[in-house]
Write a protein that binds this ligand. Structure first.
Ligand code: ADP
Ligand code: ZN
Length: 531
């Protein structure tokens, strides 16, 4: 027994060196691989980029037979297989993009025992033909990627995943490994149950990146804020600045360069040569800043990225975690900095409203955004909130290395302010049958006779000027937080503001609305550890 494990272990390591060219296993990889090579089932929770693939690729190579990988990411299969083939691994896939002849070739290779890895879309496993094919070949291991798709309560539920429980019944002797980067405790239990893996061992890597300091500041003049952040705290450091659009990537890179920071742009609109040149400069040079769309960073493994800055709001906490995770791989203090404001919320909501995709898709996108907004607006420890999102416990007293821990935000009772905003929206809609965006609402509250206010007679509304007690920035902050709390919604592609079901309780004075105070000056103090 010990001997088998040892052989399995050293063979796994030898495969890591020989096939993948890596020095050592990372984190939980070795334990997972040893367990699966020895024939055990495993449920693996690891952050994106944590190295899940090797957890089934190496067992597939070490154990006799073909490793069958179930993955919903059809678009990535070709790339994954190409990458494996480039390493000399015999890999293939079967999904709807193959024509009949191509499929026949892969099937023949599988039956002849000429495949180390076979990638399948989950819907394939509902077909008798697929099950029959699989039972005629030899299978070394089943890998179920994105295993959280089996959860009916999750964002990514795929009915086809429910049928995967039959794998254990039909192939009781083939070990199964289920992998995911997103799983709450409840989802984890659901995975075990629905995939029928009661004896699986659970491996859970921590999502915590203690050397990364998380900071989210209110957006005022983002380029200038970024510049002082870089000059004050990261002069001469390598880092990545993420922007949403190509245009703002270009403008920001140019602005930084003009202000004495070595910065280059990176986005899909640049020609391949320029992109490659900028990427290799980033990897090679010491203190280059790359301003990029999210196209940049995938597969880039530069250990000394000292900061990741976001000038626009990521669409989800997963995206935020993945992008900020590119900082500080060497374990040294690094900063994840983001500027965030009302326009980000409206922009993202508009994108969802006008984007393609069915209703379910939109609802999923909206709930991803809600979680991201909750992280931005929290008055609690950011790290705690981030870890809780991934279903992990954090220090109950706070991490001491995020902005809300270092400078706890003040809160105030925003109930009356919220009522003023909501009544203005109600008046416009009920009395005039009109819907307007945030700018007009704030102008009305502040009693400003702008051209647009005059044009629509909005100075005649009873709510005109009822908000002179607060400034423009504060009102925008109120609107932003109401949007984030779901007490106000953005409609259509013009971003008009409308009430939600929850708004009524505020208007009826049935609930209070605690809000974060907008800091006068964004905090920029640096703290290494503890505070
Ligand atoms: P995940 O599927 O968890 O998102 P991947 O399996 O794609 O992560 O791995 C992320 C990156 O880390 C890949 O570029 C991979 O080659 C690299 N990687 C994984 N394990 C190791 C290791 N032990 N040593 C070095 N690099 C590794
Ligand atoms: Zn904290």
């Amino acid at each position: 027994m010990t001997e088998t494990t040892q052989t399995g272990g050293s063979e796994a390591l030898a495969t890591l060196h020989r096939v993948f060219g890596y020095e050592a296993f990372r984190g939980e990889q070795e334990a997972v691989i040893e367990h699966v090579v020895a024939g055990g089932d495993a449920v693996v929770l690891m952050p994106t980029g944590g190295g899940k693939s090797l957890c089934y690729q190496i067992p597939s190579l070490v154990r006799p037979g073909t490793g069958v990988v179930v993955s919903p990411l059809i678009a990535l299969m070709q790339d994954q297989v190409d990458a494996l083939r480039a390493l000399g691994v015999r890999a293939g896939f079967i999904n709807s993009t193959l024509d009949f002849d191509e499929r026949r070739v892969v099937e023949a290779e599988f039956l002849a025992g000429e495949l180390d890895l076979l990638y399948l879309a989950p819907e394939r496993l509902r077909l008798d033909a697929t099950l029959e094919l699989l039972s005629r070949g030899k299978i070394s291991v089943f890998a179920i990627d994105e295993a959280h798709c089996v959860s009916q309560w999750g964002h990514d539920f795929r009915p086809d995943y429910l049928s995967l429980s039959l794998l254990g019944e039909r192939w009781p002797d083939v070990p199964r490994v289920a992998l995911t980067a997103t799983a709450t405790r409840a989802t984890h239990q659901e995975i075990t149950q629905r995939l029928n893996m009661p004896t699986a061992r659970h491996f859970e890597a921590s999502f915590d990146r203690p050397n990364i300091q998380y900071r989210i500041v209110p957006k005022a003049d983002p380029k200038k804020q970024l510049l002082s952040f870089l000059k004050d705290e990261h002069a001469g450091d390598a880092g990545i600045v993420y922007c949403l659009s190509r245009r703002s990537v270009e403008a920001t890179a140019e602005f930084l360069a003009r202000n004495g920071i070595e910065a280059v742009p990176y986005h899909a609109g640049l020609d391949a040569g320029t992109r490659a040149a900028h990427q290799s400069r980033f990897l090679r040079e010491d203190g280059l800043v790359v301003v990029a769309t999210i196209a940049f960073g995938m597969g880039i493994d530069k250990p000394d990225v000292r900061f990741v800055a976001h000038l626009d709001l990521p669409k989800s906490v997963e995206g935020y975690y993945q992008e900020t995770g590119r900082a500080g791989r060497d374990g040294l203090p690094s900063t994840a900095w983001m500027a965030y404001g009302l326009n980000d919320v409206i922009q993202q909501r508009k994108l969802i409203n006008s984007g393609e995709g069915d209703e379910a898709f939109r609802r999923r996108a909206a709930s991803h955004l809600d979680a991201m907004l909750a992280l931005c607006e929290t008055a609690q420890c950011r790290r705690g909130q981030l870890l809780a999102y991934f279903g992990q416990d954090a220090e109950p007293v706070g991490c001491g290395n995020c902005d809300t821990c270092v400078t706890p935000p003040e809160t105030w009772d925003g109930t009356v302010a919220a009522q003023k905003v909501l009544s203005t929206v109600v008046r416009l809609q009920r009395e005039r049958g009109q819907k307007f965006g945030a700018v007009q609402i704030v102008d009305i509250l502040l009693g400003r006779r702008t051209a647009k206010v005059i044009q629509f007679d909005h100075d005649q509304l009873s709510v005109f000027g009822i908000g002179e007690d607060l400034g423009e920035g504060e009102w925008r902050g109120v609107v932003r937080q109401l949007l984030a709390q779901g007490l106000l919604a953005v409609e259509g592609e013009y971003g008009t503001l409308v009430l939600t079901e929850a708004s009524g309780s505020v208007l009826r004075r049935e609930r209070e609305v605690p809000l974060r105070k907008e800091p006068k000056k964004p905090a920029t103090s640096r703290s290494g550890s503890g505070a």
